[in-house]
Write a protein that binds this ligand. Structure first.
Ligand SMILES: [Zn+2]
Length: 464
């Protein structure tokens, strides 16, 4: 059997795509988009090139764009086979891919206006809504824990990964003649003890493990401490009558924060204030969360059964349209606004920052990763003036950075997840991490288990 790393390898964190090939079958695990400007754009081709049309099936670990975003390209390359994943991921991937097609179109139009002014020919978007709709018809929901044959001699089982709604680790059994091998793909792993979702399930046997290493070199601040910090900020901002602006990724973080606010209000830790979910995509994701309570952990289910979420969130307002979003400006007194984009490089959050940053009682709460060069990063770095829509805005408000809401396991949790597998002495491939974190995690695995993990390069094939 051959395993080829078509993404999330060679120090790349995005573009997850791993191809399993035997004499009789070809199955792709994930088909993610490379993200991060021009260099990433150049890598975005259908994994496997011309052979893509001949894949038997695709299996998805979860809905995030860096795990699903090249599926429309696979469709264009002629792939017509099934895409197996959990029922919640079918919904999440639909939401995320449809949004990605819209973003492609808008970005493309802006870039092409620039190209036109420079006398260059227009460039088509990477994919369009029609490509997304076509590929979504190939999705097949598979329940957790139920082994499903996906190609000749290949059977896959989905287990909880605790990373986002519907996320899964995969157990892949590959039979070639009389020989059977077991591959375990971690997918993206959530931190242990994080709220809402169940923790990642563990495995006890594997011939090969493909392990993510996003935070292979560090641990996050514990969730509990981050919640205390969050509540302190809410208290301070409400006593000052200030606005809280939370740039947030639409899927995952926004839902965690909404449920956290419900808990804060129910426990009367802070007097309820208006909360705005100012993102059509976050609103849709919230509805998907409400349809999948079976994926919640015991604490979350107990929380839901002990009181009325509707009552807790009586002050929650959803702003779908641009007009509803603009009207938030007229709200007086303390309020909290969640809007995208998560790194403040586009979207409705820019209007709220422009309207609020120059006021001393504004509190910007950063809850997610901010890439170098983004407006979010400049705020985190404490710049006193920033430019928004071409206008210079003074930063007089307070910027808070909360590290403990991450959806990824830190080093300790990655090692704990792997530990039950160590006795089986599997071959380990570290993916989905920059080289620093990958090497740090590899060193830990060598020290603790005397294993020599492989750090595969992009496009590399390994035989098993
Ligand atoms: Zn992910």
């Amino acid at each position: 059997m051959n395993l080829t790393f078509h993404g999330a390898a060679g120090g790349q964190v995005t573009g997850s795509a791993y191809l399993i090939e035997t004499e009789t079958a070809r199955v792709l695990v994930d088909c993610g988009l490379f993200q991060g400007g021009r260099p990433a754009d150049l890598l975005n081709k259908a994994p496997g090139g011309r052979t893509a049309a001949n894949f038997d099936a695709v299996v998805l670990t979860h809905g995030h764009l860096d795990h699903t975003g090249r599926l429309p390209l696979l469709g264009r390359a002629g792939f017509t086979g099934p895409i197996h994943t959990t029922p919640a991921t079918v919904e999440m991937a639909g939401l995320i891919l449809r949004d990605a097609a819209k973003v492609q179109l808008q970005d493309g139009e802006r870039k092409n206006r620039k190209r036109q002014r420079a006398g260059l020919a227009p460039e088509p978007p990477l994919f369009e809504s029609a490509d997304v709709e076509r590929i979504l018809r190939q999705f097949r929901p598979v329940p957790y824990h139920q082994p499903v044959p996906v190609a000749s001699g290949i059977e896959v089982t989905f287990l909880e990964a605790g990373h986002m709604l519907g996320s899964a680790c995969l157990q892949v059994r590959v039979r070639e003649g009389t020989r059977e091998q077991c591959l375990v793909f971690s997918g993206d792993l959530g931190p242990r003890g994080a709220p809402i979702l169940k923790d990642a399930e563990t495995f006890h046997d594997a011939d090969a493990v493909i392990l993510e290493s996003t935070y292979g070199d560090r641990d996050h601040r514990p969730f509990r401490e981050t919640v205390d910090e969050f509540v302190e900020i809410l208290r301070r901002a409400t006593s000052e009558g200030g606005r809280m602006i939370v740039p947030t990724f639409a899927v995952g973080r926004a839902q965690t924060l909404t449920l956290l606010l419900a808990w804060v209000f129910r426990k009367r830790l802070v007097k309820p204030f208006p909360v705005f979910l100012d993102s059509p995509m976050a609103i849709e994701a919230w509805k998907i969360y409400q349809r999948h309570h079976e994926l919640f952990d015991e604490d979350m289910l107990a929380f839901l059964s002990e009181g009325s979420l509707q009552k807790d969130l009586a002050t929650l307002r959803m702003a779908s349209t641009a007009d509803e979003s603009k009207r938030i400006n007229d709200v007086e007194g303390p309020c909290l606004i969640m809007a995208g984009a998560g790194m403040c490089n586009a979207g409705r959050i820019l209007h709220h920052l422009k309207a609020g940053l120059w006021k001393p009682n504004t509190h910007v709460i950063i809850v997610g990763f901010q890439a170098a060069g983004s407006l979010g990063r400049r705020l985190v770095d404490g710049e006193s003036r920033v430019k928004i829509h071409g206008e210079v805005i003074a930063v007089k408000g307070t910027v808070h950075t909360l590290g403990g809401f991450s959806a990824h396991a830190g080093q300790t949790d990655l090692l704990a997840w792997f530990s039950p597998l160590a006795a089986a002495r599997p071959k380990v491939f570290l993916t989905h991490g920059e080289d620093g974190p990958r090497r740090a995690l590899a060193a830990q695995l060598t020290q603790r288990h005397r294993l020599k993990p492989v750090l595969p390069g992009l496009g590399e094939t390994h035989s098993l």
